[in-house]
Design a protein around this ligand. Structure first.
Ligand SMILES: C[S@@+](CC[C@H](N)C(=O)[O-])C[C@H]1O[C@@H](n2cnc3c(N)ncnc32)[C@H](O)[C@@H]1O
Length: 258
């Protein structure tokens, strides 16, 4: 499928999900859901409560040794702005000598409407575009770090690589990327009995939302690392966010520009 077609599908899915993402971060009301969407929505809140602190910990670790006066962050697929809001609340308190500059981008109009509301009053540049739009220039570019949370799985390998290359080209020469993405297949793939039904369930959920057939790209750690490598990144660390079970959680990868 072409990049444009995948962007369009992904945008439609997230337009539908935006009110639920906003509920997950900010407890706002959302409309009634089908049973399938209700299952997803119920999981979303606890997932987010695990995911955001993991990335904040990564940022904290990176900034411990940081010497510059300013630090620029790009959130790719920023959704309702939940991560940027928490970052801009927590990080300046932890690192008062660093001036934080933030930008966010998302292809979903509905997500960006929420992000603008949620980030109102904060100095954040927001775009409703695809990161792959090469004509787009951010005022904070080149960035010290890009965050890419739970976005690559909506794209096939070729298009996911294009997304990573577009990010790579917007980073400083020693810039970093932190990717967080689905990882269950990495352990579950050993259990063919479970991995196939789980893949089907995920595909069924997104196809149901989209109203047409959709394939969700579950990758294992090795595949994610290969994509980053091909896009010009050198992996610094890679781990599962849920250490105890190894069956749940997300793969978290920190990589730097090669
Ligand atoms: C699963 S949501 C995650 C939202 C947010 N990162 C979070 O974790 O709260 C993925 C987001 O990526 C956005 N997205 C997908 N492809 C994109 C692209 N090519 N450029 C910018 N944003 C994109 C979607 O619209 C969606 O809001």
């Amino acid at each position: 499928m072409s990049l444009e077609a995948e962007i369009e599908n992904c945008g439609k899915i997230h337009d539908i999900l935006a009110e639920h993402w906003n509920w997950a971060y900010y407890d706002t009301a959302h409309s009634d859901t089908s049973w399938l969407l209700a299952e997803y929505v119920n999981r979303l809140k606890s997932d987010i409560e695990d995911r955001v602190p993991t990335i904040i910990n990564e940022l904290t670790d990176i900034l411990e040794d940081y010497k510059d006066e300013s630090f620029s962050i790009l959130d790719v697929g920023c959704g309702v702005g939940g991560f940027l809001k928490r970052t801009l609340t927590v990080m300046p308190e932890k690192f008062p000598l660093v001036a934080f500059k933030a930008s966010g981008i998302d292809i979903s109009d509905e997500m960006i409407v929420y992000a603008r509301k949620n980030l109102h009053g904060l100095d954040v540049e927001l775009f409703c575009e695809s990161i792959t739009d090469r004509a787009l220039k951010f005022k904070n570019e080149p960035f010290d770090i890009a965050i890419l949370m739970v976005t690559l799985s909506f794209y096939n390998d070729e298009n996911a690589k294009e997304i990573l290359c577009s990010i790579h080209d917007r980073l400083n020469e020693d810039g970093l990327i932190v990717v967080m993405d689905f990882a269950w297949s990495y352990k579950w793939s050993g259990f063919k009995l479970f991995s196939k039904p789980l893949q089907r369930l995920t595909d069924m959920f997104f196809s149901h939302l989209l109203g047409e057939s959709f394939r969700f790209n579950n990758r294992n750690e090795e595949q994610l690392l290969a994509l980053l490598n091909e896009a010009g990144f050198e992996v610094v660390k890679s781990y599962l966010s849920e250490k105890k079970s190894g069956m749940k959680g997300m793969q978290v990868i920190r990589a730097r520009v090669k």
